[in-house]
Write a protein that binds this ligand. Structure first.
Ligand code: SAM
Length: 287
């Protein structure tokens, strides 16, 4: 029997999805997992009543958080993914043959086990790739304690509620900076600015205290309702996010990767910010 599933992320606004089939509805040690099938979005995963990923549009989110920094940097060999339990980010990152090792630190083993069983349309066979080092731990503890160094850190987190809250703090970003290799890049999922402005402005304010070049870039992901979503970008070299078009095109062609959203043109355009978002992240409006 079908039912409606309501997302509980914003206090005065919500969206609801027709679940033609609920495939899973249970508590893990850390959160409440629901997997259902919607006619438009395909399989959708909700954690603590917040949509995490949908088969229909996951390519937009995952391509923009994986290919954009890898191709912008140009020499990424070691990647750290914090969160990302559904495996979609892992799958995109591993498409780059230049990537030698991916450490993925996910707090909830149930999400990764669940993805392997029910979300192969999103993670493919990424969890079986020998380049993966899967660590089940809190991302905060991992970055504070590791001696490893990464060329790219991707924060593929839940929103700043529940276990994901710690992944939006100054201390966490400082530890991330500490385990970035020279010339490394940090990218973050930073919500939908129109509805979550504090999340974005706070994260970028914290990062600015640590990195020389901090901004955000945008992509519209239909199941993250409310306008374009923002991805935080932090590095010490502004040229990494805006290589010449020719360089970017050469790198993209050499990667041999087929995309459905990312192109070098989209890459450069994604950093163009509408006034309301530029003002939201401007330094002089920060407290
Ligand atoms: N694409 C998604 C979005 O924008 O909402 C995020 C997807 S992914 C499923 C988020 C993952 O972050 C979840 O599997 C969750 O268990 C994990 N997570 C939350 N807090 C964490 C923490 N402190 N350390 C590591 N992983 C965490």
């Amino acid at each position: 029997m079908s039912r409606w599933i309501e997302e509980a992320l914003h206090g005065d606004f919500c969206s609801r999805y027709l679940a033609e089939k609920v495939l899973y509805d249970n508590e893990s040690e850390h959160q409440h997992l629901v997997l259902f099938e919607n006619p438009t979005f395909g399989r959708m995963l909700a954690l603590d009543n917040v949509i995490q990923t949908a088969e229909g549009d996951e390519f937009i989110y995952h391509e923009m958080l994986a290919h954009l920094p890898i191709l912008g940097h140009g020499a990424v060999r070691r990647v750290l993914i914090v969160g990302g339990g559904d495996g979609g980010m892992l799958e995109e990152v591993l498409k780059h043959s230049s990537v030698e090792q991916v450490t993925m630190v996910e707090i909830d083993a149930a999400v990764t086990e669940f993805a392997k069983e029910h979300l192969r349309g999103i993670c493919g066979d990424a969890f079986e790739d020998p380049r993966l080092n899967l660590v089940i731990a809190d991302g905060v503890d991992f970055v504070a304690g590791t001696k490893e160094r990464f060329d790219l850190i991707i924060i593929d987190s839940t929103d700043p509620i529940g276990p994901g809250e710690v992944l939006f703090t100054q201390g966490f970003y400082a530890s991330c900076k500490g385990c970035l290799a020279q010339g490394g890049v940090l990218v973050t999922q930073n919500g939908v600015p129109f509805l979550q402005s504090d999340e974005l402005s706070n994260s970028l304010r914290f990062m600015r205290r640590l990195f020389a070049d901090v901004t955000c870039y945008l992509a519209t992901v239909p199941s993250y309702v409310g306008g374009p979503m923002a991805f935080g970008w932090a590095s010490d070299d502004p040229e990494l996010r805006r290589p010449p078009m020719e360089t970017l095109s050469d790198r993209f062609a050499a990667s041999g990767i087929k995309t459905r959203y990312y192109t070098p043109e989209v890459h450069l355009a994604a950093f163009a910010l509408p006034v309301y978002i530029a003002e939201m992240i401007a330094e002089d409006t920060e407290t």
